[in-house]
Write a protein that binds this ligand. Structure first.
Ligand SMILES: Cc1ncc(COP(=O)(O)O)c(C=O)c1O
Length: 401
């Protein structure tokens, strides 16, 4: 319904720039809105659609943010981030990725997402090819299309435990490949690339002048396997943009803070994009970021142990449901069951589970065409709710399959 202040029609046609037709979206937020609308009608919904920790930000981090506000960290700061946070991140990345990183190679931005946006804006020209994981985080494909690049999917297949088929990747690289996007641990499948996988990918790229955007936002959420970054492979530091942030690790999705680590000459250009878009990341948020990385890490360990336990319970439960089969995700906080045996398409099944069973999840196709045959559930919800969701899906499948 149009509001009183907004006329239903206008004589002025909305003339959008044509690139807007190429911009995609993140379905999770749309499903969340539909689920909220059903709740308004009195329906009870279990929310397993959004990928965010259900925990509060650790108390020491909140205190640091609140104190920073009181101390006057309420002004503009440098576009690339506060020096203290950039230095803290440089030390953290040097330690965890075993590659020396300097503060000038770090750009702090409002969330991990802007690093995807800025990297693609800064590096991809019209007609350039970008290889990206499919299924994968939908913003990659959206942004490649937006800038007029050619989005070249590398399918991640269940039989390979959702890791990259390096031979297939090698066959997709051409003269026009400008950027390759990797994401491990992976959203939506929970797949984790092994050190061997990454070394083989590096071999396939060889000494070509191709940049790699390595999305490591779930780097602290690995349950099986190891955290190994292509940035640490000899010869790859200059060709890697490492994306990480605070949203998932420290349950800080609403604070909006993430970062990219990249060669200083590229960092200068990404900083120019920050100047043109956000000016800077909120200053008090960055002070809290220093505390998150330097302070007590026990909340991270506690959250991770809880996610692992929930993953085990939820995946075991899914595997008992008719038509569902689910591999054990090795990282992140998602389950990505195969639902082909239900005979339903992913989108139809996700819609039916939301509307008829009161369980909000995402269709695998929200992550690209190779997501058909799968659903994505976030296990970042209480065990009680996860069990409730399992019972509801089980009951629904008994009635409808
Ligand atoms: C793979 C991946 N990259 C980046 C992001 C963006 O994270 P942020 O909320 O920090 O922008 C997400 C969030 O869901 C993600 O799953």
């Amino acid at each position: 319904m149009p509001s009183a202040a907004m006329p239903a029609t206008t004589q002025f046609e909305l003339r959008l720039a044509s690139r807007m037709l190429r911009l995609g979206t993140e379905t999770a937020f749309e499903v969340l809105n539909r689920a909220r609308a059903l709740e308004k009608q009195g329906k009870d919904i279990v929310h397993l659609e959004i990928g965010e920790p259900d925990f509060d930000t650790p108390a020491n981090v909140i205190d640091a943010g609140v104190n920073a506000l009181r101390k006057g960290w309420t002004h503009y700061g440098p576009a690339a981030g506060l020096p203290d946070l950039r230095q803290t991140i440089a030390e953290y990345v040097s330690r965890t990725r075993k590659v020396p990183v300097a503060a000038e190679e770090v750009v702090v931005v409002p969330g991990g997402k802007p690093i995807i946006f800025f990297t693609i804006l800064a590096l991809v020209d019209e007609g350039d090819e970008v290889i990206y994981p499919n299924p994968g985080f939908p913003i990659y494909e959206s942004m490649i299309n937006y800038v007029g690049g050619h989005a070249i999917p590398i399918p991640l297949r269940e039989e390979r435990d959702f890791s990259v088929d390096v031979k297939e990747l090698a066959s997709l690289i051409t003269e026009r490949t400008r950027l390759i996007i990797l994401n491990s641990p992976h959203n939506p499948t929970g797949g984790v690339l092994t050190k061997r996988d990454i070394l083989d990918i590096a071999d396939a790229i060889g000494d070509r002048n191709i940049m790699v955007l390595s999305d490591e936002i779930y780097s602290r959420l690995i349950f099986e396997g190891e955290d190994f970054s292509i940035m640490s492979v000899p010869g790859f530091k200059d060709r890697t943009i490492l994306l990480d942030g605070f949203s998932k690790t420290y349950a800080m999705t609403g604070w909006r803070m993430g970062y990219g680590v990249m060669r200083p000459d590229l960092a200068t250009h990404v900083t120019r994009l920050m100047t043109n878009s956000n000016s800077c990341t909120a200053s008090f948020t960055q002070i809290a970021g220093v505390e998150a990385l330097r302070g007590d890490q026990s909340s991270v360990d506690k959250m991770n142990a809880e996610f692992k336990h929930r993953r085990d319970v939820f995946v075991a439960g899914l595997n008992k449901i008719k038509g569902f089969s689910c591999r054990m995700p090795k990282g992140a906080f998602y389950a990505f069951p195969n639902i082909t045996k239900t005979g339903w398409s992913s989108k139809k099944l996700a819609d039916a589970l939301l509307e008829q069973a009161g369980v909000a999840c995402l269709s695998g196709t929200a992550f690209g065409e190779y997501g058909e045959g799968y659903l994505r559930f976030s296990v970042a919800n209480s065990l009680e709710n996860l069990n409730k969701a399992l019972a509801r899906i089980d009951e629904w499948t008994r009635k409808n399959l």
